[in-house]
Design a protein around this ligand. Structure first.
Ligand code: FES
Length: 158
């Protein structure tokens, strides 16, 4: 039986009819067509499905869509500002060549932004530790760290 819920995603409000067992990830991808958030292991172990809820990173495959009501959800599609085509972290990923196949970057980028905002980007070791929940099968890890270090001063000035 479907239940009606109201989700706030990337600044917009969406009324959806979902099964109570629907995850936030499936609601985003299958009902809102926000396919930037990837379905990786779907078990909370790879981080490909990381999104922000009220500014905190969460694993959207482990959160029920009904539980996301009342929160501001931000996906990779919602990062760019009104006048900027890309968030500075997205730009830094491009400049540092911090990806290869492109499967993990949406989750990586969301997670790196949270990592900086949480104050956990003080050193390369700290970045690696606080990014350890996001796996990259292409092993772009050194370049991801470089992208975070490039953007950290910019984000702190914002
Ligand atoms: S770029 Fe391929 S998994 Fe990270």
């Amino acid at each position: 039986m479907a239940t009606e819920i109201l989700l706030n995603v990337n600044g917009g409000e969406y009324r959806l009819a979902v099964d109570l067992r629907t995850t936030l990830l499936d609601a985003l991808r299958e009902q809102l067509d926000l396919t930037g958030t990837k379905k990786g292991c779907d078990l909370g172990q790879c981080g490909a499905y990381t999104v922000l809820m009220d500014g905190r990173r969460v694993l959207s495959c482990l959160i029920l869509a009904v539980a996301a009501q009342g929160a501001e959800v931000t996906t990779i599609e919602g990062l760019a500002g009104e006048h900027d085509p890309l968030h500075p972290m997205q730009q830094a990923f491009l400049e540092q060549d911090a990806y290869q196949c492109g499967y993990c970057p949406p989750g990586q980028i969301i997670s790196t932004i949270a990592c900086v905002q949480e104050g956990h980007a003080g050193s390369a070791d700290e970045i690696r530790e606080y990014m350890s929940g996001n796996l990259c099968r292409c092993a772009a890890y050194p370049k991801i760290v470089a992208a975070v270090q490039q953007v950290k001063p910019l984000m702190e000035d914002r």
